[in-house]
Design a protein around this ligand. Structure first.
Ligand SMILES: N[C@@H](CCC(=O)N[C@@H](CS)C(=O)NCC(=O)O)C(=O)O
Length: 235
């Protein structure tokens, strides 16, 4: 499929959803026009939306009438559909398969080994910092062991060049939340110093990623933090 900017793209989304946020980062990088429909997640999905995505989740993408769902698939699809944007090399490019494998492994590792611990820590916000410590220690240990070495040689990731890759598209919204949780006291502030000391490659890469305008495109920090404090603050 030769993708050109005249494709008809519609994104069903919710700006508070970190998974849907992935599609926004990809679209911001592609710099193509798209239609957006906001899905209210506080009410049951409409029959029309369930016909598009029977799981009832956001995001969903309509691309020339074809539906693509699951945020990781949506983001990878957009990156592949617009190869000129350079988010990920084509599998037919010289070195493409290896770079794609490295990016896929990195994203899989961050989500399978690290993210769950951070999520567990923030979920324990209502119980206080002492209750959050074990999960935070697990998060730092996972980043140090699993992620830090992958970023030692930054290429093909952002930081290795000034260009975002699919790795940052898939992780950026979760990095934004991590550092916002630190900043707003949803997890102990000591986490930032610990990451900077024990996982400097990660800290540098993550901070560069969350400063990128395509990553912050729909980010409303005050709203996300207020919602998180309400959600995780309940005993
Ligand atoms: N694995 C899905 C997860 C998407 C997801 O969980 N979306 C949430 C919002 S962040 C959702 O749509 N929830 C539906 C609901 O809360 O009713 C993906 O990556 O697309």
């Amino acid at each position: 499929m030769a993708a050109t900017p005249q494709h008809k793209i519609k994104l069903y989304t919710n700006h508070g959803c970190p998974w849907a946020h992935r599609a926004h980062i990809a679209l911001a990088e592609l710099n193509v026009p798209f239609q957006e429909e906001l899905i209210d997640l506080s009410v049951p999905r409409t029959r029309e939306y369930l016909a598009i995505n029977p799981r009832g989740l956001v995001p969903s993408l309509e691309f020339d009438g074809h539906v693509v769902t699951e945020s990781a698939v949506v983001a990878a699809f957009l990156a592949d559909a617009y190869p000129a944007a350079g988010l990920v090399p084509a599998s037919t490019d010289e070195g493409g398969p290896l770079a794609r494998a490295r990016i896929a492994f990195f994203v899989d590792t961050y989500f399978s080994k690290a993210v769950g611990h951070a999520q567990k820590a923030v979920s324990a916000y209502a119980e206080g910092p002492a209750a959050q410590e074990p999960a935070l220690a697990d998060f730092v240990a996972a980043v140090v062991k699993e992620i830090e070495p992958l970023l030692a040689d930054a290429a093909p990731f952002f930081g290795g060049s000034s260009k975002l890759t699919l790795a940052e598209v898939q992780t950026g919204s979760f990095l934004l939340r991590l550092y916002a949780y630190i900043k707003h006291g949803l997890v102990p502030a000591s986490l930032e110093a610990e990451l900077a000391t024990k996982a400097p490659n990660f800290d540098k890469w993550a901070k560069a990623t969350i400063a990128h305008p395509s990553v912050t495109c729909i980010w409303d920090e005050d709203r996300i933090i207020a919602h998180s404090k309400y959600r995780f603050g309940k005993k």
